[in-house]
Ligand binder design. Structure first.
Ligand code: F0G
Length: 455
């Protein structure tokens, strides 16, 4: 009989203590932070689910590779190993290293877009949108309609609405659409995957209009695993083969190696276009560095070269996707409203449904995130009215799971805390903003907690 228990496919060689705080301490810390979890010192956090970006644990093989890092300014063999590793999976002719994903985005949009252009995506991540808008282009999100319904269960809820893509290109004119992007998995849309069929359909539209297709590939391995387990015809293929096919439809990609590169820093930009690559490398030299290191140390390139392969290992992906679903399943069974089905890297709690008595202007997502910290020292991240302003279609609290970092008992603790907060949800109050920056306000905003009128 096959064994049912899915274990962490690693043992622990080096440990990092985490510190418990008292509720009184946390009350004081949250006041001092203006109720913004970005302003709470990380050593006062017990379980940090703020992001899955750069927070994963590296393997012994990665640490060994780090020691091999060659720090030559030009022509480092570490770059050669990095490029070979990327090309074997991604298949693109040009691989341009950057210090992280957003640097790849800035270079891509600076070279490919101008004022008045339109860039469609299933859903732009916030830095992708900001970099697109920074060069004067318009970032348009075209997710399928069901993506806006948290409780709607679909295997590939990250898909792009292909009919709307066609309409947008017809209306805008292909000369004003310099590229189409697909984010795999769709982070802002709940960490939901995109199917191979959808990638092919989007590619067909792009081919017809002669528009390049780029993948925002941050979580490509998780996406490949969802294709393997959910899409007919892929069950017997390796995640690596599936990833290779995904990239075969693209003309290039942006990548943050802080996610499925299993590294703490790094990213890259790929293209098959020689002329674009030259322009991109020139921009790279201006702000990131020479094209054989692009703002990274040789040791970082080595860690990524190994990490990309580990991220595609089947045992790892099976554990990874199962542990995210484990958290989602346990809190959903306790009645907590979440975006269904569970995503690859994170669980998203529907804060509007969790706290229906708190109006949007009083930031239900922030209120919930603050409570999770006060109750159990857990850090999460609001993705809603604070982050997206009036464009927010939902108020979500994201619990992003760092890769290979927490064990099942950590997750059991998180489940217990969330269910405890859920049981006293009627008593949670909203917040009022007291300071906000003109853009990307969620990083630095400050709040005052409102008290009940009758209290
Ligand atoms: N694209 C997606 C889909 C992302 O999720 C991120 C980062 C980026 C691009 C930018 O990459 O951080 O290396 O510059 N997402 C992190 C998160 C920050 O918490 O979701 P970066």
């Amino acid at each position: 009989m096959p064994v049912k228990t899915i274990i962490e496919p690693f043992r622990i060689k080096s440990v990092e203590p985490i510190r418990s705080t008292t509720r009184v301490e946390r009350e004081r810390l949250i006041e001092a932070a203006g109720c913004n979890l970005f302003a709470v010192p990380a050593d006062a956090i017990l379980i940090d689910l703020l992001t899955d970006s750069g927070t994963g644990a590296m393997s012994t093989a990665q640490w060994a590779a780090v020691m091999r890092g060659d720090e030559s300014y030009a022509g480092s063999p570490s770059f050669t190993r990095f490029r070979e590793s990327v090309q074997a999976i991604f298949g693109f002719r040009h691989v341009i290293p950057t210090h992280q994903g957003r640097a790849a985005e800035r270079i891509l949009f600076s070279v490919m877009c101008k004022r008045g252009d339109v860039v469609p995506n299933n859903t732009h991540f916030d830095t992708t949108r900001a970099n697109c808008e920074f060069v004067g282009a318009e970032a348009v999100d075209l997710p399928i309609a069901e993506a806006a319904e948290p409780e709607h269960i679909l295997p590939f809820k990250g898909n792009m609405d292909v009919a709307r893509l066609e309409q947008l290109i017809e209306k805008t004119g292909r000369e004003r659409v310099p590229l189409v992007m697909l984010t795999v998995t769709n982070n802002s849309g709940g960490g939901q995957p995109v199917s191979m069929e959808n990638i092919r359909a989007v590619k067909a539209v792009c081919r017809k209009h002669r528009i390049p297709l780029y993948l925002d590939a941050c979580r490509f391995a998780e996406n490949a695993y969802f294709i393997k387990t959910r899409e007919p015809g892929h069950a017997d293929r390796s995640p690596r083969e599936i990833a290779q096919e995904m990239f075969s439809y693209a003309d290039g990609c942006t990548m943050s190696a802080k996610k499925d590169g299993l590294a703490n820093i790094g990213g890259f930009l790929c293209t098959n276009d020689d002329s674009l690559a030259r322009q991109e490398e020139n921009l790279l030299i201006l702000t990131e560095g020479f094209p054989t290191y692009g703002g990274l140390a040789g040791r970082d390139l080595e860690a990524i070269a190994v990490g990309l392969n580990e991220a595609l290992e089947e045992d790892y992906l099976n554990y990874r996707i199962a542990s995210t679903a484990y958290l989602g399943g346990h809190i959903a069974r306790g009645g907590v409203p979440i975006v269904q089905p569970p995503g690859g890297h994170a669980i998203y709690i529907d804060a509007r449904a969790f706290l229906p008595h708190i109006p949007r202007e009083q930031f239900p997502g922030v209120a919930l995130a603050v409570e999770l910290y006060l109750e159990g020292g857990i850090r999460s991240c609001e993705i809603g009215t604070l982050m997206l302003g009036e464009h927010a279609k939902m108020d979500l609290v994201r619990l992003a799971i760092p890769r290979r970092t927490y064990t099942q008992s950590h997750i059991d603790y998180v489940v217990e805390i969330i269910l405890e907060v859920f049981s006293r949800r009627e008593r949670i109050r909203g917040l009022e903003i007291t300071y906000e920056a003109p853009f990307l306000r969620h990083f630095t905003a400050r709040f005052r907690r409102l008290v009940a009128k009758s209290a």
